[in-house]
Design a protein around this ligand. Structure first.
Ligand code: FAD
Ligand code: NDP
Length: 309
C-alpha cells in the first residue's frame, strides 16, 4: 500500500513529489508514456526557451523539466514511466490501474495537465513553434514576433488576454472570430474594443498557414460568403480552448462543464476526500509553469495534512 501516488509529470506533479518526498511520504509518481500525446515532463517539453520561471533567466523547456525530474528523484520519489489507465475512487484505499497492475494508495494527487486545442490546418505541423503557438504569454515576447502583424484565433476571454498581451510586441493584432460575436465576458470585450492596436475580424476562419521555414501568411475564409483571401501575418496564436486530461477519471470526481477538476477554493481538495488536484488539470485561467508548481506544492501539503489526520 502506498502513502501517496502522483499522476502526471509536469511542474505540478514534480513539485508535489518533491514536497511529498521531503515529508517522508515516499511518493510513487506515474510520469506517463506519451499520455495525452505529450512526452513525460509535460507541456514544457514541447517548447524552446522558458524565460519566466524564477531562477532561470532563460532555460529550454526540456532542460527545465529534466531538472525537476532529477530533483524529484534526488528527494526520493520513485518514478514509473507508464500511463495510468483508470482509477477507482469509490472506496479506501484508492486503486490506480496501470496495464495489468493495480496499485493501492491512501492519498492521490492528480496533475495530468491539459493540452491546448489545435486546428490541424494545412501547414500547421510544418510551422508549429515556427511562428505558430498556443500560448502568447509564453512565446509572444520572442524576438521574431516584434513589430509584426500577429493573428489570434478565437473570441473568448483567453483570446482577448492573448491579443492584449501581444500588442506589446506586434505592430498590430488581428483577432479572427469564427462567428459574428465574441464569447468573451463584457468587461474583456470592452478591453479589446478600446485597444487601438487590435482589430477584430468577425465571421472568419483560418484555412491554411503559409510559409516555408517560418510563417508568412494565413489563408482565411469568410464564414458567410465563403470568399477566400490571404492575410500577411508574422505570427499565429491559437486561443480556442484547452482540453484537460481527465478522461481516465471516468467522472469519479466533480468536473466543471469543460472537464476541469473542481477544487475547493483556496486549496487543492477535490470532491473526494484524500484526492487532490494540481496544475493545469484544475486551472483554466493562469496555466503557467510557476502556478502549476505552486498548486503542486499546495497539493502535497494538503495531502500530508490529510494523511496525518
Ligand atoms: P503538464 O505540463 O500538462 O504535464 C502533465 C503531464 O501528465 C504530461 O506529461 C502528461 O503526459 C502526463 N499525464 C497525463 N495523463 C496521464 C496519465 N493518465 N498517466 C500518467 N501521466 C499522465 N508556461 C510558463 O510558465 N512559461 C512558458 O514559457 C511556457 N511555455 C509554454 C509553451 C508551450 C508550447 C505550451 C504548450 C505551454 C507553455 N507553458 C508555459 C504552459 C506550461 O507548460 C503549463 O502551464 C504547465 O506545463 C502545466 O503543468 P502541469 O504540471 O499542470 O501539467
Ligand atoms: P472559450 O471556450 O471560452 O472560448 C473559445 C473561443 O474559441 C470561442 O470564441 C470559440 O468560438 C472559439 N473557437 C473554438 N473552437 C474554434 C475553432 N475550431 N475555430 C475557430 N474558433 C474556435 O475558451 P477560453 O480559453 O477563452 O476560456 C476558457 C475559460 O476560461 C472560460 O470560462 C473563460 O471565461 C475563462 N478565462 C477567464 C479569463 C479571465 O477571466 N481573465 C482568462 C482566460 C480564460 P465560439 O464562441 O463560436 O464557440
Amino acid at each position: 500500500m502506498e502513502n501517496i501516488i502522483i499522476i502526471g509529470s509536469g511542474p505540478a506533479g514534480h513539485t508535489a513529489a518533491i514536497y511529498a518526498a521531503r515529508a517522508n511520504l515516499k511518493p510513487l509518481l506515474f510520469e506517463g508514456l506519451l499520455a495525452a500525446g505529450v512526452a513525460a515532463g509535460g507541456q514544457l517539453t514541447t517548447t524552446t526557451e522558458v524565460e519566466n520561471f524564477p531562477g532561470y533567466v532563460s532555460i529550454s523547456g526540456p532542460e527545465l523539466m529534466g531538472k525537476m525530474r532529477q530533483q524529484s528523484q534526488h528527494c526520493g520519489t520513485r518514478i514509473v514511466t507508464e500511463t495510468v489507465d483508470k482509477v477507482d475512487l469509490s472506496g479506501k484505499p484508492f486503486k490506480v490501474f496501470v496495464g495489468n497492475q493495480t496499485y493501492e494508495t491512501k492519498a492521490l494527487i492528480i496533475a495530468t495537465g491539459a493540452t491546448a486545442k489545435r486546428m490541424n490546418l494545412p501547414g500547421e505541423e510544418r510551422l508549429w513553434q515556427k511562428g505558430i503557438s498556443a500560448c502568447a504569454v509564453c512565446d509572444g515576447a520572442l524576438p521574431f514576433f516584434r513589430n509584426k502583424v500577429l493573428a489570434v484565433i478565437g473570441g473568448g476571454d483567453s483570446a482577448v488576454e492573448e491579443a492584449t498581451f501581444l500588442t506589446k510586441f506586434g505592430s498590430k493584432v488581428l483577432m479572427l472570430v469564427r462567428r459574428d460575436a465574441l464569447r468573451a465576458s463584457k468587461v474583456m470585450q470592452e478591453r479589446v474594443k478600446n485597444n487601438g492596436k487590435i482589430r477584430i475580424i468577425f465571421n472568419t476562419l483560418p484555412i491554411e498557414v503559409l510559409g516555408d521555414k517560418f510563417i508568412t501568411g494565413l489563408r482565411i475564409k469568410n464564414a458567410v460568403t465563403n470568399a477566400e483571401s490571404v492575410l500577411d501575418v508574422g505570427g499565429l496564436f491559437y486561443a480556442i480552448g484547452h482540453m484537460p486530461s481527465t478522461a481516465f477519471l471516468k467522472s469519479q470526481l466533480e468536473l466543471d462543464e469543460a472537464g476541469y477538476i473542481k477544487t475547493k477554493p483556496g486549496c487543492t481538495q477535490t470532491s473526494v476526500p484524500g484526492v487532490f488536484a494540481a496544475g493545469d488539470v484544475q486551472d483554466k485561467i493562469y496555466r503557467q509553469a510557476v502556478t502549476s508548481a505552486g498548486t503542486g506544492c499546495m497539493a502535497a501539503l494538503d495531502a500530508e495534512r490529510y494523511l496525518s489526520h
